[in-house]
Design a protein around this ligand. Structure first.
Ligand code: FES
Length: 220
């Protein structure tokens, strides 16, 4: 898809946010992904132009970070964490169940363009392992059956609420938020729950506290 003039204007506006325009490259690549559902060669070239780096430098960034996809993701990105804690608590079984349901493997899209499946690394959400993400929104404490049910709901076009965030909106919408974080949804969903605070509760019960942070002149 050709990059439109209005997209180039948005890119210039993103570049102007930073003292050094190249700092805008990553949100800019997410902007491209929000428009195209992937990071195309044309999109990379437009980003490179906008921030004043070579296409090779911009390609190096786009190919290094796994959140940038060089093939169309489709409507929904499904991530299943298979790192240590999620794996121990059933993440591998969840991944296998979702993979069987969709008929695709790691970093593959379903032929109808509806889903992309990815084994993902730790999402810093281990308190709620095993964790799955839908368009990068958390779906916590999943089982193989509940994970497949989420996919079924998405396929039927039903609303899926993330456990700790807004309702699932679609891959491109999330990608837009990664370019423009102020989407007004930061307060949606249950942000903190008892599981997250369990360690703090135990520390308080036992009168434990963290050492103070040294002030200037006290270091060493
Ligand atoms: S290991 Fe899965 S969220 Fe940390």
């Amino acid at each position: 898809m050709a990059i439109s003039d209005s997209t180039r204007e948005q890119m210039a506006e993103l570049a102007a946010r930073y003292p050094r325009p190249r700092s805008a490259l990553m949100p800019m690549l997410h902007l491209v992904q929000s428009l195209e559902g992937e990071v195309t060669a044309e999109g990379i070239a437009a980003c490179a132009d906008a921030v004043g780096v070579s296409a090779a430098e911009a390609t190096a960034v786009a190919s290094f970070y796994t959140m940038y996809k060089r093939r169309p993701v489709g409507e929904h990105h499904i991530g299943v964490c298979i790192n240590t804690l999620c794996g121990l608590l059933g993440g591998d079984a969840v991944y296998e169940a979702v993979s069987d349901r969709l008929g695709v493997g790691h970093n593959e899209a379903t032929p109808d363009g509806k889903f992309w499946l990815e084994r993902i690394e730790c999402q810093a959400a281990c308190t709620h392992a095993p964790v799955m993400t839908v368009d990068w929104e958390y779906v916590d404490d999943v089982t193989p059956a509940s994970a497949v049910e989420v996919v079924d709901r998405l396929e039927r076009g039903e609303q899926v609420l993330s456990t700790r965030g807004p309702a699932v909106r679609g891959f491109r919408a999330t990608e837009h938020t990664l370019a423009y974080p102020d989407d007004g949804l930061a307060g949606e969903g249950t942000l903190v729950d008892a599981k997250m605070l369990a360690g703090l509760a135990v520390a308080r019960e036992r009168g434990m506290s963290a050492p103070g942070v040294p002030t200037a002149g006290q270091e060493g």
